[in-house]
Design a protein. Sequence first.
Length: 282
Amino acid sequence: MQIERARELGLCYGVRRAIDMLHEAVARHGPLQTLGPVAHNRVLVHELTALGVTSVDSLDRIRGPVVVISAHGVAPSVTRELEERGLTIVDTTCPTVARAQRVAEGLATEGFTIVIFGDADHTEVKGLLGWAGERSLASLDVAGLPLEGRAEGFHRVAVVSQTTQRLAEFTSFVQELCGKLLQETEELRVVNTLCSATQQRQESAAELARRVELMFVVGGHHSANTRRLADTCSALVETYHIETADEIEEARVKGRGHVGITAGASTPDSSIELVELRLRGL
């Protein structure tokens, strides 16, 4: 059986940067708490826990003098509250997410109503909504936006995206939104805030999926970018989204001559290595 990795896979720059910052912060401050997981990957979270980094899900549960903001970022109101409490902040917000935040803030200052193409329950999008102002909206579906009866708020509209969404879906969303709003909107501005690393992983995964008999997508089951990688591959070949090598069943690979591996942007190198070792063992 030939086992081939996608050309681009695994930890992106933003997550690697966050991990490096955590190592430095632990060496300087000792054990740390992060406000939410640094990234949505259970294996990575376990590795960081062994390092002395634990996650809390609310401001009320922060106990130490130092707090870490995850790679997904937070709303400015959260940062202000942490500063008012006198906490030392280690901000690991991904630079691409930080750019999207600045874009949203600038558009809000210009008076735009901002529509975010993204999962409103995702940590990154919750932060973006904070930067985008009170009139901002977030949805993965134009039909899910409360547009009816709010025409007065849509004279100037700006559209941005959660950084890990797919370009094709963002494009479709924008086209449908234009069809709904252009008649009553004076100005509609679209800013591409998608992550290039995410796009590269999707393109690389699709290229490999077209050539293999089976794909394994390695990453957190709650990781948005990993789920979208799995969706991309599933449209092309039989695909399994796994988080650890233990999830690989021998029956799935029996008789396969060419198997591909890709991995989400928050998947540690160790997970990819163990998956390949497991496949070679089979």
